[in-house]
Design a protein around this ligand. Structure first.
Ligand code: FES
Ligand code: FES
Length: 161
């Protein structure tokens, strides 16, 4: 059995020092060591997007990254974005438009949608669809999700002068 490796990183603004199995992926680390179960695990192959987190500000599929590769990194999960209020309007738009059913894809969808809205103020529906295209939803048919992201972008721009 391979010896555990010590890592130090920041998760949702809190410093974490812990020993992990060398082959533990980041998604399982967040769930098993820190009980951050909002990071979902679907395919475990980088396909579905359910495990999306931010690493040093960039969107990453945490099932494809080892926890030891997060040494010294700043990780943000759906719990961090939610608790900070950063995505409160986006979450409200998802709720108001029934953009979630079982909710399994929702944390990843919110992470990726927020990523787009930080990059672009006026994404059209095709652009939203393209940016979210790596995140799978088995329930909604996607239209309500696109509606929610579009409405949030519009609201963030505010009334036209
Ligand atoms: Fe990571 Fe599906 S669980 S992309
Ligand atoms: Fe069920 Fe998207 S709401 S997978």
């Amino acid at each position: 059995m391979t010896a555990p490796v010590q890592i130090s990183l920041e998760v949702n603004g809190e410093r974490v020092d812990v020993h992990v199995r060398p082959r533990l992926n980041l998604a399982d680390f967040l769930r098993e060591h820190l009980a951050l179960t909002g990071t979902h695990v679907g395919c475990e192959h980088g396909v579905c997007g359910a495990c999306t987190v931010r690493v040093n500000g960039d969107i990453v599929r945490s099932c494809l990254m080892l926890a030891v590769q997060a040494q010294s990194a700043s990780i943000e999960t759906i719990e961090g974005l939610s608790d900070s209020g950063e995505i409160a309007d986006l979450q409200a738009a998802f709720r108001d438009r029934n953009a979630l059913q079982c909710g399994f894809c929702t944390p990843g969808m919110l992470m990726v949608a927020q990523d787009l809205l930080k990059l672009e103020a006026e994404p059209d529906r095709d652009r939203i669809r393209e940016h979210l295209s790596g995140n799978y939803c088995r329930c909604t048919g996607y239209q309500a999700i696109i509606d929610a992201v579009e409405a949030t972008a519009r609201a963030r721009r505010g009334p036209k002068a």
